[in-house]
Design a protein around this ligand. Sequence first.
Ligand SMILES: [Fe+2]
Length: 268
Amino acid sequence: MIDQQCADLLKSRGYLVTSFAALDGSELLESFRTFIHQVRDYQLRFLQKRYGYAYDGFSYYGQTDSSHQAADDLISTFVFSEFYPVDRYPEEFQGFLKGGWHNVVEIVRSLETDLLTQLDIPGLLDFYRQNAGHMVSNNYYPPQQQFTTTAADNTRLSAHPDASLFTVFPFGIDKELELQVVGECGESVWKSVDAVDSILLYPGYLMEMWSQGALKAMNHRVRLSANSAAERFTFSFFSLPFPQREFEMPGRGLMTSESYFSAYGALF
Ligand SMILES: [Fe+2]
């Protein structure tokens, strides 16, 4: 359950490993694995630029015009969301999108609603209820041995905060995620997160902006693996505003969903 202690932990540590067991992500994993093994020409039919809002679509290692990943990040991703009709997405995902997706989003939504209730940030729960939808970033890290270079600062995925209100990992997470937390002497340190078999989450930039810095977006990265032959899959769920919404952002005045993404994009 999400109680006051969870909200306090999130505020003091900057992230939260919940007491909820990770959900079964095997259906989505198999769907994504099938898509990843398709030929590149097929994958390019679903490029991010063919969608246009948030991060929906395919992005790949070496791509210079993805807003979802840096060109040297050792990763390929496919994002789908509640922001487009289901039939816009590849057939590999259709079974999941018409079934399990709704259940996972409902659980994530319920968890986020409980946490926002405990956090009690004025107006934020109403904003969330009126404007927030969900996307999932399906993340594939090929074996490192395929690459001759690394991402920035010798990582597999370079450091960044997410655009989300919360980033949630409903299927848990594999090892090698690193979070930038505040150390005992107030210094900034990279903390390694071991493989986690519970649902975990951290705030993104939408939370930082909404709370006017009271809750900071978690800067995170993925370190290189000791096993250069190992693949890595993760599934991160973002809560984001639906397209073309207008809302009052504390300290900033009226914003639209699109102007929010511009503000987030200006961080890079
Ligand atoms: Fe991220």
